[in-house]
Ligand binder design. Structure first.
Ligand SMILES: Cc1cc2nc3c(=O)[nH]c(=O)nc-3n(C[C@H](O)[C@H](O)[C@H](O)COP(=O)(O)O)c2cc1C
Length: 358
């Protein structure tokens, strides 16, 4: 199976399945001498963890982790950093009804057809448990970015048809509520909607927005490795993601060039900035120094507590019954995953950018 690695210079490889001994990540290319605060890894794993509130799955995952290599006396050594996250609370019998059946809109059918095997107890490598390894690596990437003053913050901006108004936001309020929406009133409405959907055994989608500040000019390359192209791949590689847009995104289609152009000016510190930021901080695939902004759309996930028509491995029509524990809406838990993938892309481009000119 290919595709388990991501990045060029700051490169990660994740491994493991949700019903094996554990999952983990090897980070190759983290520069030596970086001060590493392990509590920041623990904190991001807690933010991703299931069972954290009434609006996430009640499945419990113990997010303790072990650093196997690459760190000495609190600093990176420049050698591969290996992080192992053991699996606990695997209720394999919760999945026994899926042994021979394919869940509609899950990864079961395609995975089994492609590899000739499928771990029905949790989906093998297609399980979102894998994203815990990305979050651990992303926490280290965030520490590298903090060294350069770069900050990443993700927040929930839509659940179903409840949309956050982006004017006058205080992103510092994001972690104050269980849905991770910075506006308390909108957060309350989102929580009520998710709870209502959960009680009917159904699921609902949402959008995570992300803002990256203090990005230097010059990250990204102008052809295949445009910064937004790498961010797009990073985000679209997250389970259940259906869409990615940066800056004005799809809304740009209905604007005129005269409205959409970001006019250059100088700020009070004499730096070149733009008056608006429809470009989302990236022009020609290269960061322009303005905040990078993007949105990631998540679908209503496949596991619903309702009976559904499907087929089994023999091709017969069957009913897949809805049972087990599931996430009614994944966006609250996916905020640290989006941040982690953004951090991995930026960390990689920061290192790559050191090799472009004398
Ligand atoms: C944090 C997180 C939790 C998830 N939890 C569930 C879940 O409880 N049930 C489910 O069917 N899918 C869940 N998913 C999504 C599946 O992993 C994903 O839909 C599946 O692998 C198929 O891939 P695709 O939707 O990207 O095509 C979750 C995704 C994320 C990011």
């Amino acid at each position: 199976m290919g595709g388990n690695s991501f990045g060029t210079l700051f490169k990660i490889t994740t491994y493991g399945e949700s019903h094996g001994k554990g999952i983990g990540v090897v980070i190759d290319g983290c520069p030596s001498g970086l001060e590493l605060d392990l509590s920041l890894i623990a904190n991001d794993l807690e933010r991703r963890k299931p069972g954290q509130s009434k609006i996430t799955t009640q499945r419990k995952e113990d997010e303790s982790f072990e650093i196997l290599s690459g760190i000495f006396e609190g600093k990176s050594t420049g050698t591969p950093i290996s992080i192992f996250i053991p699996n606990k609370d695997q209720r394999s019998k919760d999945y026994s009804h899926l042994k021979d059946s394919y869940r509609p809109s899950h990864a079961d059918y395609t995975y089994a057809e492609k590899y000739g095997n499928r771990d029905y107890r949790g989906g093998g490598r297609s399980s979102a448990r894998e994203t815990a390894a990305r979050v651990a690596a992303g926490a280290i990437a965030k520490m590298l970015l903090a060294h350069y003053g770069i900050n990443i913050i993700g927040f929930v901006s839509q659940v179903g048809s409840i949309i956050l108004n982006h004017n006058n936001l205080d992103l510092g309020l994001t972690e104050n509520n269980i849905v991770r929406c910075p506006d308390p009133k909108t957060a309350g409405e989102m929580i009520n909607l998710i709870d209502k959907v959960r009680k009917t055994g159904d699921t609902i989608g949402g959008v995570i927005s992300c803002k990256i500040t203090n990005v230097p000019v010059g990250l990204g390359d102008p052809v295949f490795d445009k910064l937004h192209a790498d961010l797009g791949k990073a985000m679209l590689s997250i389970n259940a993601v259906k869409g990615f847009e940066y800056g004005s995104g799809f809304k740009s289609v209905s604007m005129k060039g005269s409205e959409h152009n970001d006019v250059f000016t100088k700020n009070k510190d004499d730096n070149i900035v733009t008056q608006t930021n429809f470009s989302g901080g990236i022009q020609g695939g290269i960061s322009n120094g303005m905040p990078i902004t993007f949105n990631v759309a998540f679908k209503p996930v496949a596991t619903i507590l309702k009976d559904q028509d499907s087929i089994n491995t023999a091709g017969d029509t069957v009913t897949v019954s809805g049972k087990g524990r599931h996430d009614p809406c994944v966006v609250p838990r996916a905020v640290p995953i989006v941040e982690a993938m953004a951090a991995l892309v930026l960390a990689d481009h920061i290192l790559r950018n050191k090799a472009v000119k004398i």
